[in-house]
Each structure stands twice: as C-alpha cells, then as structure tokens.
Design a protein around this ligand. Structure first.
Ligand code: HEM
Length: 439
C-alpha cells in the first residue's frame, strides 16, 4: 500500500475524492492520521470509522443490538429483498436460526467430496491452457469455479444449459450492483434503480430462472441441497419467495468473496515460489495423489496458514457497515442515533500497531498465531452476525488449493501485483494473469 501523502480532505467534498479513487488506502490513511476510532466526511455525510479491535468488538458484538444493518444494505435490497444478510430484528433471527444448521461443520464436512468433484470438472479446460503455455487470467476461472461449487451445494447438480443461463444472469445482476455500490447518494440511486429498465429486465430474468431452479431442486431429499433442506423446514411453510431471497443472498455472499480470496491466493503464490513449494509439499505429504477428504482438513496447517494470510491481507469484505440506534460511546467518541459506522478488517489487518511487518506476505505468522484480541483478525466479522459461511469458505478453498497446487506451477505475468479494487468485495485488478505449467 503506498503512502498517500497528497491526500487531503476537500473543504466541500471531504474525503470523497480520495475515497472514490482508492477507498482502502484512504481509510488506512485516515485511521493512521486521526486514530482507530474517528470520524470522516464523504460529501455532506459524516461517517464513523472504527478499526481498533476493542472498538470493533463493541460495535459487532458487545453492543450489537445498538448497531444494526439498517439502511446499510439498501444497495442490495432492490435485487435481494429482505433476507438473512439484509434484515434486522425478528426476520433476521428467524432466518439465521433456520439456516444455521445447514452451515454447521459436521454437515459441511460431508460436502468436501462434492466440492473436490466440482474442482475436477474444471481441470480439462485448465490442462488445455497449461499445454498451450499462454497466459491465463485465473480471476474469471475462480469466479466460475466458486459459483459452480456454491450452486452445487445450494441447488444440487444443474443441467449444463441451466447452469450457464443462471451464471450469466447472476453475473449480470452482480455487475449492476457493483456499479451502484458506494453511490454518494444512496437513496436517490435506489429510487433510480427501481425504475431503470435495464435493471428491471436483468432482475426479471434472474428471478424467473431462480424460481425454476428452486422448483426443480426442492424435489430432492433434504440432505442433498440447501433448497430441499429449506423446503423441509417449518412443516413446508416456507414460501418460494422466501427461499428465493435467501438463495440469492447466499449466492451473493458466498460467491465473489471466496473467488476473490482464491484469486489473491494464486496472485501471491505465483510471486512466492518458496511458499508455493511448501504448500505443494505439505499437500503431497498428506494426500499423496488422492483427493482431499474431510479427514484431511485439519492435517494441513501450512496451507491453512497461507489461506489465513490471504484473508488478512485481502479480506474480501473489506468494510462492514452499521447504523446506530440509540446514543452510545465507542471509546472516546459519542455516537448519536442514526449515525453510519464503518468497521474495516482491511485497516485493522494492516495496522502497524497490531502486526509485525503488516504489508508483508508471511504465512508463517499464522502457524503459532496467538491473537492478542478476538478482533485482531476477523475476516469473517464476529458477534451475532458473523459470516454464516465461515466454515464453508475455508473448506472450499482447501478443495481448490489442494487440487490445483499438485497439478500446476504458476508463474506471474507480468511481475506486478494486481491492485485491490474494493467495490462490494475486494477484487484484484486487472485480474490474476499467470502462466500454468504441469507439475
Ligand atoms: C472468503 C470468503 C468469505 C468472507 C471473507 C466472508 C466475510 C463475511 C463477513 C465479514 C460477514 C459479516 C458482515 C457483517 O457483519 O455485516 C459475512 C456475512 C455473511 N456471510 Fe460471508 N464471507 C465469506 C464467504 C461466505 C460464504 C461461502 C457464505 C455462504 C454461502 C457466506 C454467507 C454469509 C452470510 C449469509 C452473511 C450474513 C450473516 C448475517 O447477517 O447474519 N459467506 N461474511
């Protein structure tokens, strides 16, 4: 991260200019300059930035009832409606309770083989790329792969024609959300989106396809996929509309996040051959040439350390927003009702006060990691709204990493590291270009 010495708040627009240009660096700069609990202005709106572990714990856990999603999720509501990630209060509680069993470790462990199976479906295309020796951008590959894994877990196997149509519709909708995210005029943008014919068309196609897939998936047994499981709950009282809303948000929350984390991982391994070799040696020592199984998941400490180091440096959810309900204090700061609070794992994870060599890619730090505070490292958030996929995502990443690292060596082209482009999630720009070579 470069030090933006030229960054200054504008008398009228505040930090809007630097923030739009480079949001992560701007937030890190504000925290370093003003402190870990502070305020900053984007145009007419003053926001509260919290990055100290103590402050983050206060907002996300200890006083979670006072810091709600509120209007922070307005940008995804026109597409996803009320669901487990956007709702507050009893609606959120109900969905969190219903969905939680589906994301328990024991249930997910039974899906490891399915995940590995999906990764293997991608190998013929990657083998072809490797044999040509041409540079390949792994970011779209990781997006496709993580979408294929998550749809398989949520909906079961899809006929190829449905999979392609659904992938296309979902990506188009995500593209629109990414375009309107971080509008300085969220209310106006939300109204404009509702009447925007292109958005309405994309939404209509996505809903029609989703409903068709839900109808087909729900006929399977409850253990086969999430939709069938949801159908079996509450004596079958859950409506298709409710299922659609949960399904879409699980796809949203579980797709780009995992795909970009994996993309960053390959970007870094392609530049750190010693680390890549150590991961490969560990995987071969534990698995030989057989696929990953649930029994191996806890036997790969170095691979896990690499995943954690990527989650530290490039937390896909780089900011977590909340709205305050009642007056409160966060550290020295008085918080009035209706204020927007921004918590940033990206900034905490790179704080020089909290981490040795914070900018360095150094997976070994996680081998005997003793967190000085529960919110020292929190890529999955924390408190009652901690990520529902915090067990699933690392399993998915292990399935991908253990398969690909034994098959290919990766060489970065060109040498420069992609830059973090934070929109809804933290993507590597302009992608992750590597040359693949069979091992
Ligand atoms: C590397 C991958 C992932 C990262 C870094 C990540 C990160 C996060 C974070 C930080 C939150 C908390 C947001 C907040 O407090 O406002 C969150 C929430 C959530 N995540 Fe993830 N996530 C990942 C993958 C997944 C996956 C695979 C799924 C499931 C398919 C998932 C489902 C959810 C849901 C449903 C929520 C909302 C929970 C609630 O509000 O109760 N995530 N995620």
């Amino acid at each position: 991260m470069s030090t933006p010495t030229a960054y200054r708040p504008h008398p009228l627009w505040g930090w809007l200019g630097p923030f739009r240009q480079d949001p992560t660096t701007t937030l890190a700069y504000i925290a370093a300059r003003q402190g870990e609990i502070t305020t900053f202005r984007l145009a007419s709106r003053e926001l509260i930035l919290v990055t100290s572990p103590e402050g983050v714990q206060h907002v996300l856990k200890d006083r979670a009832g006072n810091y709600i999603k509120g209007r922070t999720m307005d940008v995804v509501r026109p597409l996803m409606g009320e669901n487990v990630a956007t709702a507050d209060g009893p609606t959120w509680q109900r969905w969190r309770r219903l969905l939680h069993p589906a994301f328990r470790r024991a249930r997910l462990m039974a899906s490891v083989e399915t995940m590995v199976h999906v990764v293997h479906e991608f190998l013929p295309a990657l083998d072809r790329q490797a044999s040509r020796g041409q540079p390949v951008n792994l970011m779209p590959v990781m997006l496709d792969l993580s979408f294929a894994i998550i749809t398989r877990l949520l909906l079961g196997p899809l006929p190829e024609i449905h999979r392609q149509a659904f992938t296309h519709a979902f990506h188009e909708a995500m593209g629109l959300l990414n375009r309107i995210a971080w509008s300085p005029y969220p209310r106006l943008t939300r109204l404009a989106v509702e009447v925007w014919p292109h958005f309405r068309r994309v939404r209509h196609t996505l809903y029609a396809l989703t409903d068709e897939l839900i109808a087909a998936s729900g006929r399977a047994s409850a253990s086969d996929n999430l939709v069938a499981y949801l159908r079996s709950l509450d004596n079958g009282q859950i409506t298709p509309l409710e299922i659609r809303r949960q399904l879409l948000v699980l796809l949203l929350a579980g797709h780009e996040t995992t795909a970009f984390t994996l993309s960053w991982l390959w970007a870094m391994l392609a530049r750190a051959p010693v680390v890549a070799r150590r991961v490969r040696e560990e995987v071969i020592a534990v698995l030989g040439d057989r696929p990953l199984t649930a029994a191996d998941v806890d036997a790969l400490p170095y691979t896990r350390a690499v995943i954690n180091e990527i989650l530290r440096l490039y937390p896909a959810v780089w900011v977590i927003a909340r709205d305050s309900v009642a007056e409160d204090r966060i550290g020295h700061l008085t918080v009035l009702p209706g204020r927007r609070i921004i918590v940033s794992p990206f900034v905490t994870h790179r704080s020089a006060a909290r981490w040795a060599h914070p900018e360095a890619f150094w997976p070994e730090r996680f081998l005997d990691f003793q967190a000085s505070h529960p919110f020292h490292f929190y890529p999955f958030g924390g408190g009652p709204r901690k990520c529902l996929g915090y067990v699933l995502a690392p399993l998915e990443m292990l399935a991908v990493v253990t398969t690909l690292i034994r098959r290919y060596e990766m060489e970065a082209v060109p040498g420069v590291l992609p830059q973090p482009r934070p929109i809804l999630t933290l993507r590597p720009h302009p992608g992750v270009w590597v040359r693949l070579r069979p091992v």
